[in-house]
Design a protein around this ligand. Structure first.
Ligand code: SLL
Length: 245
């Protein structure tokens, strides 16, 4: 019997789509607190899910639910369209549950991840960042993997991301469709640090670290051989040590 319409899967195919998610937080300026913020709140923050280079991901991601700490009124926030983000103020850090709902054509079940909201600097020159009231970011790269997508979703994923450039400017003629891509950008730009360039730098760093570890292992081995030789010499002249019970 043929599979019912919309449930036939493209066998042997896996399609992944990259995205980034995370938080940004900035302490209030005591001289200029937001007027509507409760008195115990200390920071303004945002949690978001977006394309790696801010490209449109709504052709596969239908909506996103952010589950905040129970101390927040209406702690479950469903964001029905991009930008998939929630802006809030608060005083404490907590884990945010981020639930992804895929487009109906996908027939995929929702998936959930967790992310820790960071309000306080946690790496680098922490004291300086506190003095500067710098923005604290905690952003992760992730890929969602669609295993054997149903045909309609496969077409959607491979047929064209609905990227539209409607802003004026030279040569802009309404909507320009860009092909869908799972490629990360070649180079980092101000707002985006997830790129091939950074990936290669990380690979170089790992390569260097492996070399360093191999060097240390070789040094330790040489030391061990020397110590063993010394021990054998001593055993020859002094005899074997008597083992104590
Ligand atoms: C802690 N585990 O105890 C954390 C909880 C709660 C954060 C942090 C304010 C909510 C509101 C807020 O920042 N809650 O009152 O609107 O540190």
């Amino acid at each position: 019997m043929p599979a019912p319409a919309g449930t036939k899967r493209v066998r042997g195919v896996q399609i992944y789509r990259p995205f980034i998610y995370g938080t940004e937080a900035i302490p209030f300026d005591p001289e200029n607190r937001p007027k509507d913020a409760p008195p115990d709140h200390t920071h303004k923050w945002k949690v978001f899910v977006r394309g790696v280079n801010n490209e449109d991901i709504s052709y596969w991601l239908r909506k996103v639910q952010f589950k905040l700490h129970d101390t927040y009124a209406n702690s479950v926030r469903m964001i029905e369209s991009p930008p998939f983000e929630v802006e809030e103020t608060g005083w404490g850090e907590f884990e945010i549950a981020i639930k992804f709902y895929f487009v109906p054509d996908s027939t995929e079940k929702p998936q959930q991840i967790w992310h820790g909201l960071k309000l306080h600097p946690y790496y680098g020159d922490v004291e300086q960042q506190k003095r500067d009231r710098s923005m604290v970011t905690s952003v992760c790269y992730e890929e969602v993997l669609f295993n054997e997508p149903v045909e309609a979703f496969y077409d959607l994923l491979t047929g064209g991301a609905q990227v539209t450039k409607s802003k004026g400017g030279k040569g802009a003629k309404g909507a320009i469709k860009a092909p869908p891509t799972a490629e990360i950008p070649l180079k980092s730009s101000g707002a985006n640090k997830f790129s091939k360039e950074e990936e290669n730098k990380e690979l170089d760093r790992l390569g260097e670290a492996v070399k360093q570890v191999q060097k240390l292992i070789a040094e330790e081995k040489t030391k061990l051989v020397e110590e063993e030789a010394k021990l054998q010499e001593l055993e020859k002249t002094e005899g074997k040590p008597i083992k104590k019970k």
